[in-house]
Structures are given as structure tokens and as C-alpha cells.
Write a protein that binds this ligand. Structure first.
Ligand SMILES: NC(=O)c1ccc[n+]([C@@H]2O[C@H](COP(=O)([O-])OP(=O)(O)OC[C@H]3O[C@@H](n4cnc5c(N)ncnc54)[C@H](OP(=O)(O)O)[C@@H]3O)[C@@H](O)[C@H]2O)c1
Length: 332
């Protein structure tokens, strides 16, 4: 890692905690979520282990996993093969919809821990604010409320299975319902946000209430299952021009903007070239004028909304144009 890159990682550490291992192991534990992580959704089972191993050996220290990605065992192999100490890696996983009940949640987190090959998780998220009846497909579980599930999540912390808990894909009112009752409160909220779905007010509100924002799909519609009808953001003339001015790639510039607004970014890649290049985002800064121009580029386009498949209205009071071309995440 270059000296400039190391300095940038340390600057990000000042914002988000310490992502870099120090010599003393007790001091080295990753205390807060690192600002830059590796996504693993749609990472092929025969590619993800190498991607994780390569990433951890080349500057990454944060892996975003989930049981529903069906690759946590291979992700765990990558973590082990990297040779990087557990104390230097932040590992997030997520509770799937059919595991919201108490017994299922305990079994699910234990399975994720086993597959990922770790002692405990750093962060465990309720993947969606939707509970299915266990063993009955996508039949909605009307008996298990989000508050019930949150109390179960708190038990997982008390049992030492995860250091922190959080939510994902929640509407503001769902987060507020948790804040009203929590004794261990949400550490982070992972949701879709990128230049085409900025949701700045929602991001700002999380800062006010002390919940970190993890920006998923930080490269907007670069994920190939998204918005086949919308031109790739990587070819968007606004971003091409801004990237040129920074002497950077469009992907690096977009990720740098995610960091500049104090969100944690977790781009997925299985390519060594992209894994290396994406870290270059840590070296890019913006002027206030540039940030104002980026704010004008919000298209308010949501890429991911499986609620349509589940018969659930998600993202209440948030940007969700639910266009015909919007992807409904059949993969999940
Ligand atoms: N909580 C949730 O419900 C939720 C939902 C969606 C995503 N997530 C998390 O967020 C992560 C990231 O989101 P995402 O996977 O949807 O989208 P993304 O990270 O924004 O985009 C991933 C796509 O971009 C490509 N890519 C990466 N770097 C690139 C570069 N420098 N140049 C060109 N293409 C590049 C990747 O291909 P290559 O592999 O070929 O590089 C991949 O196809 C997921 O993997 C997952 O961990 C969470």
C-alpha cells in the first residue's frame, strides 16, 4: 500500500474507527466498522474465496456477507486463506427473513459463524423488515413483529455471538420503532444509496440519531442484474467528466463520493483489477462546489425492491418510484 493510500485509510479510520491492525493484538481489534468493505452478493461460489483472500491481503479489512448469498462457507475459506488475523477483520452477516423467530435466529447466526470460520460476528443485521413463516416459503409471519425480532437480536449480543446488531432496508418508521424499545440499539443501517438514489435526508437523519450508514450497491446500476434499461453510471457523462478532473476512474470517483458523505461503502468485486482499483477511492477528495453538483445528479432510482415479490410495501416515505424497469431482486 502506498504511503498516500495508508494515510487515507488512517483518515477514514479517524471517521469510522481503526480499520488497520496494530502490532499489539488487544489494541488491534477492529473497534468500529471500516469505511471501505467488500460486498459478496452474487460473488460466484467458485470465485468468492479468492476475491476475499486477495482483498484481505491487499488493503481490505471488512467483509459484507449474508446467509442468503449462499456463499458464506466459501467466503470463510477466503478469510482463512488470507492469513490475516481475526482481530484485524470486520465481518458482517445478516439474518434472513425465515429466521426471525428466536430458535431460528440463534441457529442461523451459529451457522453463519461456522461457515465464515469466525469466533463471533462484528455486526449482524436484520436483512429485511419482513418475517416469513419458517418452512413455508415466503408466507408472511404475522406473529413475529420487528420488535420481537429486535429483542432476539439483542439476545444474540448477550450470548456473545455478535458484537453489534443493526438493520437493513428499513423505513424510517421501522427504525424509530426499534429505537423506542431497544436496550442494545442499532449500530448501523445498511441500505441502498448511491449517486442515483442519494436519500440525503435519510442519511443525515441516521447521523443525528447515531446510527452508521452502510451504503449498498454503492456503484449504482453497475450490478448487472439492475436496470438493464438505464445506461451504466460508469458511462454517465457527468461522472466521466468529474473522474477525469480527479485523474481517476468513474468507479473510484463514485466510491469516493460515498466516503465523502460519511457512508460506509461495500462494493462487490471478484476481479483483482477492480479490487485494487476501487481502493483508489480513498485518495480522492471533493470541493464543496463539486459536492453540490453531485447532489443535483440524484435520479431517485431504486434498483432493489424484492418487496414486490413478497407482497410487502417497503421503503415507506422514501424514494421508491417502483418503475417497470426497477429490479425486484428475483435472486433473493
Ligand atoms: N443489505 C442488502 O439488502 C444488500 C442488498 C444489495 C447489496 N448488498 C451488499 O452490498 C454489496 C455491493 O452491492 P452490489 O453488489 O449490489 O453492487 P455494487 O458493489 O455497486 O456493484 C457490483 C458490480 O460492479 C462491478 N464492479 C466493481 N468494481 C468495478 C470497477 N472498478 N469497474 C467496473 N465494474 C466494477 C462488479 O463486477 P466485478 O465482480 O467483475 O468487479 C459487480 O458486477 C453486495 O455485494 C452486498 O454485500 C446488501
Amino acid at each position: 500500500m502506498s504511503a498516500t493510500r495508508m494515510l487515507s485509510v488512517l483518515c477514514a479510520a479517524a471517521l469510522f474507527g481503526a480499520p488497520i491492525a496494530a502490532a499489539d493484538s488487544s489494541a488491534a481489534r477492529v473497534k468500529e466498522i471500516p469505511a471501505f468493505g467488500l460486498g459478496t452478493w452474487l460473488s460466484e461460489r467458485d470465485e468468492v474465496a479468492h476475491a476475499v483472500e486477495y482483498a484481505l491481503q491487499n488493503g481490505y479489512n471488512h467483509i459484507d456477507a449474508a446467509r442468503i448469498y449462499r456463499n458464506e462457507d466459501k467466503t470463510g475459506r477466503g478469510i482463512a486463506a488470507s492469513g490475516v488475523g481475526r482481530e484485524s477483520i470486520w465481518v458482517t452477516s445478516k439474518l434472513w427473513n425465515y429466521d426471525h423467530r428466536d430458535a431460528e435466529a440463534h441457529a442461523a447466526i451459529r451457522k453463519s459463524i461456522e461457515d465464515l470460520g469466525v469466533d463471533q460476528l462484528d455486526l449482524y443485521l436484520i436483512h429485511w423488515p419482513v418475517a416469513f413463516v419458517p418452512g413455508e416459503g415466503t408466507k408472511l409471519d404475522k406473529k413475529t413483529s420487528l420488535v420481537d425480532t429486535w429483542r432476539t437480536m439483542e439476545d444474540l449480543v448477550r450470548a456473545g455471538l455478535t458484537r453489534h446488531i443493526g438493520v437493513s432496508n428499513f423505513a424510517k418508521r421501522d427504525v424509530e420503532a426499534i429505537l423506542d424499545i431497544c436496550t442494545i440499539c442499532p449500530y448501523a443501517h445498511e441500505f441502498e444509496t448511491h449517486p442515483y438514489l442519494q436519500q440525503q435526508d435519510f442519511v443525515d437523519w441516521h447521523r443525528e440519531v447515531g446510527i452508521k450508514v452502510i451504503a449498498y450497491s454503492p456503484l449504482a446500476n453497475t450490478n448487472p442484474i439492475y436496470h438493464r434499461g438505464l445506461p451504466s453510471i460508469l458511462e454517465d457523462p457527468f461522472w466521466e467528466k468529474l473522474a477525469e478532473a480527479k485523474n481517476a476512474t468513474v468507479a473510484q470517483t463514485i466510491l469516493a463520493w460515498g466516503l465523502a458523505r460519511d457512508t460506509v461503502v461495500i462494493p462487490k468485486s471478484s476481479s483483482e483489477k477492480h479490487l485494487d482499483a476501487n481502493l483508489g477511492a480513498l485518495d480522492i477528495k471533493f470541493t464543496d462546489e463539486e459536492l453540490k453538483e453531485v447532489a443535483k445528479q440524484d435520479k431517485k432510482v431504486r434498483m432493489s425492491n424484492p418487496g414486490k415479490n413478497w407482497g410487502v410495501k417497503l421503503f415507506i416515505d422514501l424514494d421508491d418510484p417502483s418503475t417497470e424497469s426497477s429490479n425486484s431482486n428475483e435472486e433473493l
